[in-house]
Ligand binder design. Structure first.
Ligand SMILES: [Zn+2]
Length: 274
């Protein structure tokens, strides 16, 4: 499942382009072909088509795990969920098996939303807050400090792993980057949030930022989904490395299940304080 670094990479590639794939910024949407109606969260298909066609894509950004495109007069948002992906192709390319939405763009391009498992969603709204309102802070936001995080942690005794996966607590993290950050910070995934000291909180925030920035620098991780191009999966510390040595101490990585999510940690570096 794509997390912050993967979604950030997609937003950047669509914004800037890469060799062989032009940017989509400043291009007008000439036609929209919705192939799977339930992909569209809002509005209904008729209003979607009527409002969308003719608008220009002015920006491509990320908030949490959402892709956020600023249009001439609306916002177009995508959540990729399990298997969603956005692909740029030559204009008029016939739909492939798992395409859910095709946008024909100025400059002989097509933007295709492909989603094998159909959990991905698309919104066209006049205010982004209608969709993004419930999201917690951005971990890379310089205005979000260790003191802010400490205050938020003190307000709950929830365990760190499920808490950090909760998008209303902190936006953008998923199973991979939470496991990586907790290992780097030396914190057990089942630690109650309000047991953390200020020092541990500082270590947690800098570890979260470190693994996210490493992920972005490597264009994300190509794992569990159709995302192509990133290679952060070759640098995982603990995620899906059960039995392999901890990069810090060499103890075999353990796996437990927390809230139905496979959770990887070092039993030596990440002990549960009593
Ligand atoms: Zn260790």
């Amino acid at each position: 499942m794509p997390e912050l670094p993967e979604v950030e990479t997609i937003a950047r590639i669509l914004r800037q382009g890469i060799p062989g794939q032009p940017a989509i910024i400043s291009r007008r949407i000439l036609e929209a072909n919705l192939l799977w109606a339930r992909t569209l969260a809002t509005p209904n298909p008729e209003v979607f088509h009527e409002r969308l066609v003719g608008q220009v894509i002015e920006s491509s950004a990320r908030r949490g795990k959402f892709l956020v495109f600023g249009l001439s007069s609306d916002w177009l948002l995508f959540h990729l969920r399990m298997s969603g992906d956005l692909l740029v192709r030559p204009a008029g390319t016939p739909p492939t098996t798992h395409d859910r939405l095709l946008l024909e763009l100025e400059g002989n391009l097509q933007l295709a939303f492909n989603d094998a498992r159909k959990f991905g969603r698309v919104w066209l709204v006049d205010e982004v807050d209608r969709v993004l309102d419930g999201l917690g802070p951005e971990p890379l936001d310089a205005g979000f400090t260790a003191h802010d995080l400490f205050d938020r942690l003190q307000g709950t005794h929830r365990q760190l792993k499920p808490l950090l996966l909760d998008q209303s607590f902190l936006a953008g993290l998923g199973n991979i980057y939470v496991d990586e950050a907790l290992n780097l910070a030396g914190l057990h995934p089942l630690t109650p949030a309000n047991h953390l000291t200020e020092e541990q909180t500082g270590a947690l925030l800098s570890s979260i930022r470190s693994v996210i920035q490493d992920g972005i620098a490597r264009n994300g991780a190509s794992i569990d989904w159709v995302y192509r191009g990133g290679d952060f999966q070759n640098y995982f510390r603990v995620y899906q490395r059960t039995g392999e040595p901890c990069p810090k101490c060499g103890t075999p990585i353990a796996r437990i299940v927390v809230g139905q999510r496979g959770t990887h940690f070092c039993p030596h570096c990440q002990q549960l304080s009593t």
